[in-house]
Design a protein around this ligand. Sequence first.
Ligand SMILES: C[S@@+](CC[C@H](N)C(=O)[O-])C[C@H]1O[C@@H](n2cnc3c(N)ncnc32)[C@H](O)[C@@H]1O
Length: 224
Amino acid sequence: MRFQMQTTADGSSTVFDAEAGECFKSRHAALTETEAVFFQPGIAENPWLGRARPFRVLELGFGLGTNFLQLKNSGLALEFVSIERDLAGARYFLEKEDNPALRELVEQRSFREGAFRADLCLSEFEITLPALRQDGQRFHAIFFDPFSPKANPSAWSPELFALCAELLEPEGRLVTYSVSRVAKTHAEAAGLCVTKRALPAALQKRQSLLAVKQARGPDKSGLN
Ligand SMILES: C[S@@+](CC[C@H](N)C(=O)[O-])C[C@H]1O[C@@H](n2cnc3c(N)ncnc32)[C@H](O)[C@@H]1O
């Protein structure tokens, strides 16, 4: 059996994926990871929040839709685009814990509720990120959430970090749970300013990563 439900210490659930050899979210505190690693630094503290209309969020790795549900439940007006190549985990999760919004997004690939919009691209990061760039799309926050560099090494490539940096607006934020050398080195090589964030004890992990795109400097061309 590939998947197995797990209840974590903060009362939220996640799923162990035997193929990846990992859980989709922290096996210690799934919802706390969503809040502390992704929502707080990526959205709540994002200087674009309240200024950008629409505020746009890109996710690499939809997984079980835990981040999606947290964003939907936040009541914020935003556009969320998530890329995922394998919806088997989300389908298994839905069998165990049904949720109409998650079901609609997984089945229809889109979900709308007032000023909240979500779209799910069933594809590979390596295909969709260049397509988004080609299309001129920009995001205020990127949730970089593949499996770990050990389990999912190709997702932590310099090329994908460079594409993410291009897709971010100036002052936009990429957030991820890994403070591994690859994450830090590739985010910095992509021109992002990297800092580490302290995490709550419940996660049994000390830090997560915040990578910010520089604000546009003053125009020195003299052309305005
Ligand atoms: C850690 S889980 C994501 C958890 C998710 N954000 C959530 O809130 O539940 C990582 C996901 O990334 C997906 N993934 C890994 N590499 C990928 C790739 N190259 N293209 C698309 N999806 C990928 C996996 O299938 C897996 O579902």
